[in-house]
Design a protein around this ligand. Structure first.
Ligand SMILES: Cc1cc2nc3c(=O)[nH]c(=O)nc-3n(C[C@H](O)[C@H](O)[C@H](O)COP(=O)(O)OP(=O)(O)OC[C@H]3O[C@@H](n4cnc5c(N)ncnc54)[C@H](O)[C@@H]3O)c2cc1C
Length: 295
């Protein structure tokens, strides 16, 4: 194990090379901060020299967190793989286009070359761009502590507001992106960063269509980086429907969706509500015979 050394403002920095070491260090230093790409951690710092006030456990050299593997039905990324490496790796051609499009929309190349997929999920202050995408793709996550391993679909790790929840001393270790499940997709985000802008809106969907029938459709919205909304009942109602929908069916689905948005959500502003409703109408009415961006 590497000896800790001091950074500029007296935080101990541990640089484990193996996952076992990282987990054991985290168990022995419960207040420590995991440091992956550091983009979110450093963006909270206002001084020229960062002050963390707690030991840091750097994940940058942990081999097991940097692997990329392709399996028959999914691609598995170690949590410390950067967004840039996700786009560049040879396995990327098998990734769902909606995922790659969303990864490309995160920040700048410099941010993507530093930010990691695990760090992106673990940020709690804002709901970032890839969270709803991973949700609609039914991506799976593995998290470990020194004594436990939990894994499963990402929705199992989210609270009722779709925030990612980690237990004490858990590290996100793997993210698995299913491949080949959907043949239609759409992604639309307002220009501007979910990080910097208070007025952010993103909508995304994936669907599997067999001839005219929708076999599965998932959609989600990110509002201002505060709310990730998914109306599961609306998704279920569309399964087995023939697309394009008739005008009466569209009216009926709009009515149902609007009542859910009105009734179940702690309302965003009327203007934001209108945006969600319009985005849903676009999903329903656009030509679902081809995939691509929702304009
Ligand atoms: C200039 C700039 C522009 C940006 N633009 C966008 C944008 O357009 N869209 C968008 O969605 N985001 C944007 N971001 C946010 C960016 O996506 C996140 O900062 C980044 O994904 C976090 O990853 P990281 O590896 O740098 O995390 P870090 O900063 O290292 O860590 C973030 C948090 O996650 C924890 N953590 C890290 N790894 C793990 C792990 N494996 N297990 C458990 N906890 C962990 C850390 O302790 C910390 O609390 C931007 C950021 C910057 C600085």
């Amino acid at each position: 194990m590497n000896a800790p050394h001091e950074n500029s403002r007296l935080s101990l920095v541990f640089t484990p090379e193996h996952l076992g070491e990282a987990l054991s260090l985290y168990a022995r230093n419960p207040g420590a901060i995991l440091y992956a790409g550091g983009t979110a951690l450093l963006s909270k710092q206002s001084e020229r020299l960062p002050i963390f006030g707690a030991p840091l456990i750097s994940l940058k050299r942990v081999e097991e967190l940097k692997t990329i593997r392709r399996y028959e039905n999914f691609i598995e990324f170690g949590a410390a793989v950067t967004l840039g490496d996700i786009l560049r790796c040879k396995e990327s051609r098998f990734l769902p286009p909606v995922f790659k499009t969303a990864v490309r929309a995160v920040g700048t190349p410099a941010v993507r070359n530093t930010a990691t997929i695990g760090g992106h999920l673990a940020v709690t202050e804002r709901k970032l761009l890839l969270l709803p995408i991973l949700l609609i793709l039914d991506a799976a996550v593995e998290v470990k502590s020194q004594t436990t391993t939990r894994s499963g679909e990402i929705k199992r790790f989210l609270d009722e507001k779709n925030g990612f929840i980690l237990q004490a001393n858990e590290i996100i270790t793997k993210i698995r992106i299913p491949t080949g499940r959907f043949n239609l997709w759409g992604f639309s985000a307002l220009p501007g960063s979910v990080i910097r802008s208070q007025d952010f809106f993103m909508s995304c969907f994936v669907a599997r269509k067999n001839r005219f029938l929708i076999e599965k459709i998932n959609f989600a919205f990110n509002i201002d980086g505060r709310l990730v909304i998914r109306i599961k009942q609306s998704e279920d109602r569309l399964i087995g429907k023939k697309f394009p929908l008739s005008a009466a069916e569209i009216r009926e689905e709009m009515r149902f969706f609007t009542s859910k948005i009105e009734g179940e959500l702690i309302a965003p502003s009327p203007y934001k509500k209108e945006r969600i409703i319009n985005a849903f109408r676009l999903i329903l009415t656009q030509d679902l015979t081809k995939s691509g961006l929702i304009e």
